[in-house]
Design a protein around this ligand. Structure first.
Ligand code: UTP
Length: 293
């Protein structure tokens, strides 16, 4: 099986970044000189994914304009013979196809994924959340694709977290250990209030069976205020779809809050300097992460 499609849910209101998100989508906030969503798109392209469906909402047109090479800005650069300044982005636009669908009401991540139902014709597809940036030699989503392809299973990325934070995450319940980093699951719980089944938290990378759409439709009729993706994956699992969790190899930066976004920016700056100097990294040139973050 060949997995080529990725759904990027980007329709959320981004309330934790208000007031800036009143006019700038959270996914377009820059980490250094690139918007958060570009890091996700680059990770996907490095994993041979080339069909993107971005779930957006009103006011998020900046995302569409960004991944479009026929804007007035592109025209001006052409006039000035400076198109090379945008070559990195132009290569992304050339190597992938971008489509958009609107989520009219923000009824949760699961509901955002349901908007992709018409777009996904294949058995398996990827979901990547622009709130999580993963830096790794083997791109984060590729680590999942490798396992999904071998096992024909739904695969979720997880990370060990301190027990006191489990109530803020989707947490997996392990049925059996396949290896040190790979687990067969028997359940998933969204933000467990007490007695979490493990300290393995779901991070924003998934390879999902298209059976998810009927699970989403089934559980959406139970009149929940927010349709959770975790609950739909759990429903799919109870109905026979194998679900595997993979401890992601690499560093994850949560960019969903202003403080974490700043921390990620500083860490990415350090990494960039490290790479630019080709192992001749001078720490004095970088900003240090302040203690209070
Ligand atoms: P979050 O839970 O971070 O919500 O969504 P948010 O709206 O982006 O931000 P806050 O919590 O209000 O600050 C996780 C991901 O799911 C998408 C978001 O865009 C984000 O990428 N999402 C969430 C949707 O696309 N639609 C929704 O209805 C909810």
């Amino acid at each position: 099986m060949k997995i080529r499609k990725v759904v990027i849910p980007a329709a959320g209101l981004g309330t934790r970044f208000l007031p800036i998100t009143k006019v700038i989508p959270k996914e377009m906030l820059p980490l250094l000189n690139k918007p958060a969503i570009q890091y996700i798109v680059e990770e996907a392209i490095d994993s041979k994914l080339d069909n993107f469906l971005v779930v957006i909402s009103k006011g998020k047109e900046a995302i569409e304009n960004y991944f479009n090479s026929s804007t007035y800005f592109d025209y001006l650069l052409k006039e000035k013979q400076q198109t090379h300044l945008l070559s990195g982005l132009s290569n992304i636009i050339k190597s992938a196809k971008f489509s958009y669908v609107e989520q009219k009401q923000q009824l949760g991540l699961g509901h955002a994924i349901l908007m992709a139902k018409e777009y996904i014709k294949e058995d398996y597809f990827c979901v990547m959340l622009p709130d999580d940036i993963i830096v790794s030699d083997n791109p984060g989503i590729n680590q999942l694709i490798e396992i999904a392809t071998k096992t024909k299973s739904t695969v979720v990325a997880v990370q060990e977290i301190p027990l006191e934070f489990v109530s803020s995450y989707g947490i997996v319940s392990i049925k059996s250990k396949i290896s040190d980093n790979i687990f067969q699951l028997n359940g998933l719980v969204e933000k467990p209030k007490k007695l979490a089944p493990s300290n393995l938290a779901i991070v924003g990378r998934y390879v999902i069976s298209n059976k998810i759409f009927s699970s989403l439709e089934k559980i959406s009729s139970t009149n929940l205020s927010e349709l959770q993706l975790t609950d739909a994956i759990s429903h799919m699992l109870q109905n026979g779809e194998p679900v595997i969790a993979v401890k992601i190899d690499g560093e994850r930066y949560d960019v969903g809050t202003p403080q974490n976004w700043l921390r990620a920016t500083i860490e990415l700056d350090k990494k960039q300097k490290f790479n630019d100097n080709n192992l001749n990294y001078k720490i004095t040139k970088s900003i240090e992460v302040p203690d209070y973050l």
